[in-house]
Design a protein around this ligand. Structure first.
Ligand SMILES: *Cc1c(COP(=O)(O)O)cnc(C)c1O
Length: 370
């Protein structure tokens, strides 16, 4: 049996919606994009949602709109996908990293204050693997030091923190729709905010810096082409409608994995908290560092895709070490997560046979290594 790491859940609805757009002659800047944005804002519980062509573009516009540039510092963590700090570099800002919490894998709020300086402009909490970061203390610090908060919610669509939707708490938030994400548009992203001024800026910046009138050849600021097509928006709109179903089925797959693995004392399973609601992005399991890569190889030999995540951490990527002088040992918790986590195959449409096959082989392999 071959079990992939992830699979999107697309069906006739998406195919029909794209076909309808293709027959309409309106391929960009049209009503489907508007409908997609409205549906997304409602899901995220924010006043505005502005579509962009990737999560990375969304993060870039967030940094740009907040006027972060050379000399400014932005606080985030090394245990994330590289786009969550690259966006700071695009504008010449300096990433200031702090270590994560060992259980949630998210930024450790207790470490943030010591990292704040006069140059700090913003915090980017990343809601890693579907678990919302601890937002209350983050927002308190942001208020105390007058910092902006950009939620990188790319992995945690529709997750909840104390009843509030991930992505509705900071000044703005960013989502990504690459095919391994809970919902996908192939490539795509969204920026959400309750701030009218920021929303206008995002709309202008993604659209070549055009002003309110959207006069085609008048550009009031340096902008980009970060727009999505109506075909992309059509897929996105159908996926947002399907999102509750997507998340429910993923929750069921996660439960089956947990039930099949919870008896093992040599594994650390995802940490569940009472005040947060997971949006299952991946299924991470921690094993001993010495056997982690052998496990991944062994699974691969049995047709099962798994991955070391996030390995290496951001601060141990070559160009970060060269540019900022980061080295091994700088962020011991992030590094130990990076050395022990395996993510298992995980998607809405996983069959019981596939889940069983993964569990059986995973347990057999780990026994063979102990
Ligand atoms: C997926 C992801 C992004 C955005 O990725 P794109 O491929 O640009 O859409 C940003 N941050 C995190 C943490 C992600 O997982």
């Amino acid at each position: 049996m071959n079990v992939p790491l992830s699979r999107p859940w697309l069906g006739e609805e998406e195919i029909n919606a794209v076909t309808e757009v293709l027959r309409s002659d309106r391929l960009a800047l049209g009503p489907v994009n508007q409908a997609f944005e409205e549906a997304f804002a409602e899901m995220c519980d924010t006043k505005h949602a502005v579509s962009v062509n990737s999560g990375t573009s969304g993060l870039h516009l967030a940094i740009r709109a907040l006027e972060i540039g050379p000399g400014d510092e932005v606080i985030s963590t090394p245990f994330s996908f590289i786009a969550s700090t690259n966006c700071i570099l695009y504008e010449g800002g300096t990433p200031v990293l702090v270590d994560v919490d060992e259980k949630t894998f998210n930024i450790d709020p207790a470490r943030i204050e010591a990292a704040i300086t006069e140059k700090t402009k913003a915090i980017i909490p990343v809601h890693v693997f579907g678990q919302p970061a601890e937002m209350d203390p983050i927002m308190e610090l942001a208020e105390k030091y007058n910092l902006a908060v950009i939620e990188d919610a790319c992995e945690s669509i529709a997750a909840k923190y104390k009843g509030r939707t991930a992505g509705s708490i900071g000044d703005c938030s960013v989502f990504g729709f690459y095919p391994n994400k809970q919902m996908t548009t192939g490539e795509g992203g969204m920026i959400c905010t309750n701030d009218d001024r920021l929303a206008d800026l995002f709309r202008s910046l993604r659209n070549q810096g055009r002003g309110d009138s959207l006069q085609w050849l008048t550009h009031v600021r340096l902008g980009y082409n970060y727009r999505i097509s109506e075909m992309t928006a059509a897929i996105g709109l159908e996926q947002v409608k399907k999102l509750p179903q997507i998340l429910d089925t993923r929750r069921i797959v996660a439960k089956k994995y947990i039930d099949g693995l919870k008896h093992r004392e040599d594994l650390i399973l995802p940490y569940m908290q009472d005040h947060t609601e997971h949006s299952w992005f991946v299924f991470p399991v921690r094993v001993r560092a010495e056997i982690r890569d052998k496990m991944i190889e062994g699974l691969m030999a049995r047709g099962i895709q798994s991955k070391a995540y996030f390995d290496p951490c951001i601060h141990l990527q070559d160009f970060y070490m060269k540019e900022f002088g980061f080295k091994k040992g700088d962020f011991p918790i992030a590094e130990s997560l990076s050395n022990t986590i395996i993510i298992l195959p995980f998607y809405s449409l996983m069959t019981d046979e596939e889940i069983e096959y993964v569990l059986e082989n995973f347990l057999e392999l780990i026994d063979s290594f102990s």
